[in-house]
Design a protein around this ligand. Structure first.
Ligand code: F6R
Length: 607
């Protein structure tokens, strides 16, 4: 979704802003713009469409050492030149970029119109620009503070003013902003990827905080003008993690990275000799957690699928009643929570609006809240009482892949951690941990046999409808496989618990319809073989994901993709990999833009 970059220092701002915007492209956007500021004033250039369109029209001839840039994913108003950010006041003295939504923009617009202000765009952000201009009395920071007191909604915003060259004022409420600290320069971004090429030293702006940023100084205050002291922190991510390198697409890069991303996720967390799990992020709440009467896991999309695997894991290993909920439903459902309930939010970005809202609801009702989050310093990481980071590195591909396996891994670790404090024997925990530690090597093995996945994609990528079936731990994987296929290849796909097929969806099966069945060894193997028979009888083409050594299944399925044997609760970490690869190859074969699928944004920061 929308992205923010800002620079103030001694270097040319324009190339730094353009490069920053390029690194934000993965988030999804439909227009982009830049404001450069100096003693002569503020010059704004913006354009609908790709960043290359902006580059063609921006005037690079004038040197500027400060400015702000934005990629917009339209919410209020069509994705055109006028609605693109930055937005200005009537006199063009101020330029504002903004992520989030100003909820009272209608009322503020009417108020400003009564004062004679004329608007040029349909956006809520222009309201902010016009309001700041009205309130300006020689101090940009003060005008922004006053304006934000009038505003309800969410924002990560930045503003420059012609009267104060070399100054950027930024503020945050519910939409992330970080300040990069360089040598005689500062950067501002909504996402670390935008500034990583320049610095790994950052200050995370908190909700309700503002920053006045110049080349030499960052002054942090609250919205009520109280000074805020913060340490500079180091971002763990490296530049090569956000660059494509020799890979064709970020999605493929992130799929093949999974052996190492999972090793990073597990590093230092399991002790094979003692059969113990160490999760530093849970130490302070272990007592409360162990006494939990109920766990609710919330998330959206892929994170929700990982959460569903988590539900099975918590119930089996820790024997704690667990439910998984769509964050968007939970937040409006008047859920019954008490102080024996623990709510776990699962999220790659840590910024998904619905999941944050669910978390806030849970906190307000007194539940202990935990985060299973990838992005360090993200809103969810800050707002939860405790949590465990995924440590799988930045995920740039819009389709979530390594975050899914990271989320499942962390939930497995948490289930074992809790299980040991309840009913799980040390022998069973040791066995579980040993199997978990072997997962990265198993994933490596699956990736070396990836040709079969490509062959499946080649054979069936022209089919309009696919079905994915799984049982038990592999039911969420069936949902995830179908989501991966539809979001990047635009093929209609449905994922189901296999037994549900007879209750309706079986009517869809026609001759040659691809049906992916996750039929790995385990407690429900015989049942899933029956489901395969049901599909075959109706002419469906079965693509089976099976356990190595299962020769019989090749008699029943058109294609078999083998994964190594592991414990049943850990199978999702293996069975998800071929499904990611099938979706990737199908999308490439169909000529789809794998890393920038239509209508999708990497992090959904609006409701
Ligand atoms: C699908 C996908 C989305 C996200 C969902 C939640 O590939 O990426 O379904 O999983 O938008 O995002 P996070 O995990 O950032 O909360």
């Amino acid at each position: 979704m929308c992205g923010i970059i800002g620079y103030v220092g001694k270097r040319q701002a324009l190339p730094i802003l353009i490069e920053g915007l390029r690194r934000l492209e993965y988030r999804g956007y439909d227009s982009a713009g830049i404001a450069l500021s100096d003693e002569q004033g503020v010059s704004v250039t913006k354009s609908a469409g790709r960043l290359s369109a902006l580059e063609q029209i921006v005037d690079a001839s004038q040197p500027h050492t400060s400015g702000i840039g934005h990629t917009r994913w339209a919410t209020h108003g069509a994705p055109n030149d006028v609605n693109a950010h930055p937005h200005q006041d009537g006199a063009g003295r101020f330029a504002v970029i903004h992520n989030g939504i100003i909820e009272n923009d209608r009322a503020l617009r009417v108020y400003l119109q009564r004062k004679g202000v004329e608007f040029t765009s349909e956006t809520d952000t222009e309201v902010l620009a016009q309001l700041i201009a009205q309130l300006y009395n020689g101090d940009l920071e003060d005008a922004v503070r006053q304006a934000l007191h009038e505003v309800s909604g969410t924002y990560g915003m930045a503003v420059v003013c012609a009267d104060e060259p070399g100054v950027i004022v930024a503020a945050r409420k519910g939409s992330p902003l970080i300040i990069g600290v360089g040598q005689g320069e500062h950067l501002l971004a909504s996402d670390a990827a935008a500034i990583l090429a320049h610095t790994t030293q950052v200050v995370y702006l908190g909700d309700g905080e503002m920053a006045r940023i110049t080349a030499d100084e960052v002054r942090l205050t609250t919205l009520d003008a109280m000074p805020v002291a913060k340490d500079v922190e180091e971002i763990e991510w490296s530049l090569d993690q956000i660059e494509l390198g020799w890979h064709e697409h970020f999605m493929l890069k992130e799929i093949v990275e999974q052996p190492s991303s999972l090793k990073n996720c597990l590093r230092g967390r399991i002790n094979l000799e003692e059969g113990a799990v160490r999760l530093g992020g849970l130490v302070d709440c272990t007592r409360e957690l162990t006494r939990a009467k109920r766990i609710i896991i919330v998330g959206c999309g892929t994170a929700w699928h990982a959460a569903l695997v988590g539900e099975y894991l918590f119930e089996e290993l820790a024997r704690i009643p667990t439910e998984t909920e769509y964050a968007s439903e939970f937040r409006y459902r008047n859920p019954v929570l008490d102080d024996g309930t623990v709510v776990i939010s699962v999220s790659q970005s840590g910024e998904t609006a619905d999941t944050i809202a669910a978390l806030t609801e849970a906190k307000q009702r007194g539940a202990l809240t935990l985060g299973v989050v990838n992005v360090v310093g993200s809103t969810m990481a800050r707002e939860t009482d405790a949590g465990v980071y995924l440590h799988v590195g930045p995920e740039i591909g819009v389709a979530s892949t390594k975050a899914f396996t990271g989320q499942v891994t962390v939930l497995a670790l948490m289930a074992c951690y809790l299980g040991r404090r309840k009913h799980l024997s040390s022998t069973a925990a040791a066995q579980f941990n040993a199997a978990l530690a072997a997962v990265p090597d198993h994933v490596e093995k699956i990736l070396t046999a990836a040709d079969e996945c490509k062959a499946v994609a080649q054979k069936y990528s022209d089919r309009d409808n696919w079905l994915y079936l799984g049982r038990g731990y592999n039911y969420p994987v069936a949902l995830e496989g179908a989501l991966k296929l539809k979001e990047i290849s635009y093929i209609h796909a449905e994922g189901l618990p296999a037994a549900e097929m007879k209750h309706g969806p079986i009517a869809l099966i026609t001759d040659g319809m691809p049906v992916v069945v996750i039929a790995t060894a385990g407690s429900q193997y015989e049942k899933i073989i029956n489901n395969i028979q049901e599909v075959r009888t109706r002419g469906g083409s079965v693509i089976a994901i099976a356990t190595e050594g299962d020769r019989e299944i090749s008699q029943l399925a058109e294609h078999v993709i083998y994964v190594p044997d592991t414990l049943e609760p850990l199978q999702p970490l293996l069975t998800a990999i071929p499904l990611q690869l099938i979706a990737y190859h199908a999308a490439v074969i169909r000529g789809c833009n794998v890393d920038k699928p239509r209508n999708l944004a990497k992090s959904v920061t609006v409701e």
